[in-house]
Design a protein around this ligand. Structure first.
Ligand SMILES: [Zn+2]
Length: 211
């Protein structure tokens, strides 16, 4: 079980790289496991990751199994797992259009119905804090609220799911929505889908999945 989860983290790490949702060794991924979590180590390129390099650690920051240092953002992951029992997988990326919104401090709005994969009609930008700090982890959790994603100002996206597939899908969908929003803002005209219409889509995704 633990082996399979380690391999899954490596597989999805390579996917976020191949899909250009991040670059270099930027970003990190984790899975809830027992009362603890499995998380990518700090600074190892996804293409070179070996399963025993995935760090098994507790929410207090102590490594249980692993020789490498965990991702510097482990506190974001541990805070979310402690607070949100609906979340079992987290993917953090430095995707481009999300970062444009983060740089101008603009919450992602419902310019396309795929925003519903976040569970809401808005994805908020958490104020900037230095990477790897508990202040950043606190802000991320605060602005995540009851959604499945949060934009970190001047940094990237944190997407959460029941599993890594859902977290990846949210990362993809929100990067696409951010692309549309940035382009629409550049044109100077944006039509936002009303909240109640997005709520309908959120319900549809729950029962039918995406079409
Ligand atoms: Zn980052």
């Amino acid at each position: 079980m633990e082996d399979r989860k380690r391999l899954e983290i490596i597989e999805y790490g390579n996917k976020i790289l191949e899909e250009h949702l991040t670059f270099g060794s930027g970003g990190n991924l984790s899975l809830r496991y027992d009362e603890n979590m499995l998380i990518t180590p700090s600074g190892v390129p996804y293409e070179e990751l070996q399963k025993l390099e995935i760090v098994y650690m507790n929410y207090e920051g102590e490594v249980i199994i692993g020789k490498l240092k965990p991702s510097s953002e482990y506190m974001i992951h541990s805070k979310i797992y402690q607070k949100r029992k609906d979340i079992n997988a987290i993917i953090h990326t430095h995707s481009k259009y999300i970062n444009v919104l983060g740089a101008i401090g603009e919450d992602l709005k419902a310019v396309h119905y795929l925003i519903a994969s976040s569970g809401d009609s808005i994805v908020k930008v958490a104020p900037y804090e230095t990477y790897g700090t508990k202040e950043l982890a606190k802000r991320a959790l605060e602005y995540l609220e009851n959604r499945k994603a949060v934009i970190l100002a001047n940094h990237g996206l944190v997407a959460c799911g029941e599993n890594l597939e859902e977290a990846l899908q949210i990362s993809r969908d929100l990067e696409f929505c951010a692309f549309v929003y940035v382009k629409a803002l550049a044109v100077g005209k944006v039509n936002i889908i009303p909240d109640e219409k997005i709520k309908e889509v959120v319900e549809k995704f729950k029962t039918h999945g995406q079409i």
